[in-house]
Design a protein around this ligand. Structure first.
Ligand code: FAD
Length: 391
């Protein structure tokens, strides 16, 4: 016999968007249920670099963009949550670095005048030297300039695990999802034969939103996928580094983050320009060769003799923009009981949750009373990508 459940808010997708929203709504007293079809965090979230941007990267263009404005408050909000006193209690989540760095290998400082004048970075960027340099840059041969940005870098696996803990019994492993109509109105979803009724249904399934929307017969909002070809390198000679390395252009030439592997070694995860258009066009061997050449040129003192290399192709899922440009902030569309969102960045998950909460408040949807949920099959936590590719 099919099980019938009811909740205030039914969320689809257990990445950062769904898990953060779920925890936030539960803290506000809402009954929630979150359906995940694979591993928690295993979409883009655990493949991200974990940088909680404050918008500095986007201010590199010189002009202050909408992205810089919307995102500027995120580091503060995340810091408060990590300290246990914010909108969510994320104490226990591992902070990998209290700062992200901007590193200019040559004498590019002249290009940076407008950058330093922009609102997103004003008063929040300090030049560092000597022992204050990130460990990987502390070498007599290092010649560039380094600036400390007031941004942080999180260990995403511990973040996903903490949000799964805050979800308590509200997670459901579910695969076959179909709309549940009452009359002509969407009343909820049918998940593996369970009928789940809800006052609002939020699709927060990353790249899965497109398929879910198609299953509901909807063409809007449209989704765009931005492909990336990331590089991972693991070796005993690596020391932690969290930095955007500047080239001549508006985007970082390479963005390095460092992640602790289960065997105690560091994995460098390389994104930025190297992972975009030209990088996407390269096959795996050519992409690894390009990354080796970049690191040899930029950091010749780093010992990579025992390093192991891998690449990862992954798409960023976002609402469609003209010309595959980056959206400026979290995106939420509403159609009756259905809400559809993409945070567009890990850092902006709180912004997406704000938009959902504002929509509920506007529509007078207060926490209701529901029968307690029965014990449900729980989705597993997904593995960090470096453990899968470089075990
Ligand atoms: P996802 O994390 O993709 O989660 C979606 C979930 O939905 C998945 O678990 C999936 O299994 C599930 N799902 C899909 N379809 C269904 C279905 N039909 N039914 C049930 N469940 C379903 N942002 C930053 O702020 N800082 C960074 O440093 C950063 N680095 C990045 C690096 C890379 C290489 C990439 C790709 C992205 C990066 N981002 C970064 C962006 C960030 O990762 C994403 O914006 C964010 O993780 C998206 O979260 P999400 O929950 O919407 O999607």
């Amino acid at each position: 016999m099919s099980q019938s459940l009811s909740t205030d808010i039914l969320i689809v997708g257990g990445g950062i968007a769904g898990l953060w929203l779920n925890a936030r709504l539960r803290k506000l007293g809402y009954a929630t249920l979150l359906v995940e079809s694979a591993g928690l965090g295993g979409g883009q979230s655990l493949k991200s670099q974990g940088i909680i941007h404050g918008g500095a990267k986007y201010a590199l263009h010189g002009a202050l963009t909408g992205a810089s404005e919307a995102i500027a408050d995120m580091p503060r909000r995340w810091r408060e949550a990590l300290a246990g006193g914010g909108e969510l209690d994320l104490s226990g989540v591992r902070l990998l670095s209290d700062a992200h760095y901007l590193w200019s290998p040559g004498s590019l400082a002249g290009n940076l005048t407008s950058f330093f004048a922009s609102k997103a970075v004003r008063g929040r960027v300090d030049q560092v030297k000597g022992e204050q340099l990130p460990p990987a840059l502390q070498h007599p041969r290092f010649k560039g300039k380094v600036y400390r940005l007031a941004e942080l870098v999180l260990d995403v696996p511990s973040l996903i695990a903490r949000l799964a803990e805050l979800a308590d019994g509200s997670l459901l492993a579910g695969h076959a999802i179909a709309p549940l109509y009452e009359g002509s109105e969407l009343a909820g979803l049918r998940v593996d034969g369970r009928e789940i009724r809800a006052r609002r249904i939020v699709l927060g399934a990353g790249a899965g939103n497109a398929g879910l929307l198609a299953g509901l017969g909807l063409k809007q909002p449209r989704q765009q996928l931005r492909p990336l070809h990331m590089v991972l390198v693991k070796g005993r000679g690596l020391k932690p580094l969290y930095a955007h390395c500047l080239g001549g252009g508006p985007k970082p030439r390479i963005t390095v983050t460092s992640h602790p592997a289960a065997d105690g070694q560091w994995v460098w995860y390389l994104g930025g320009d190297i992972a975009e258009a030209d990088g996407v066009a390269r096959d795996e061997a050519a992409q690894i060769a390009a990354a080796q050449e970049e690191l040899r040129r930029l950091l010749p003192w780093i010992d990579l003799s025992d390093a192991r290399w891998a690449t990862l192709r992954v798409d960023r899922a976002e609402p469609a923009q003209s010309g595959l440009t980056r959206p400026d902030n979290a995106f939420l569309a509403e159609q009756g009981r259905l809400l559809v969102g993409w945070p567009t960045k890990l850092a902006l998950a709180p912004d997406l949750a704000d938009r959902v909460v504002a929509s509920l408040e506007r529509d007078g949807i207060a926490p209701g009373s529901h029968a307690p949920l029965p014990e449900l099959p729980r989705p597993p936590l997904a593995q960090p990508v470096w453990e899968e590719l470089l075990p």
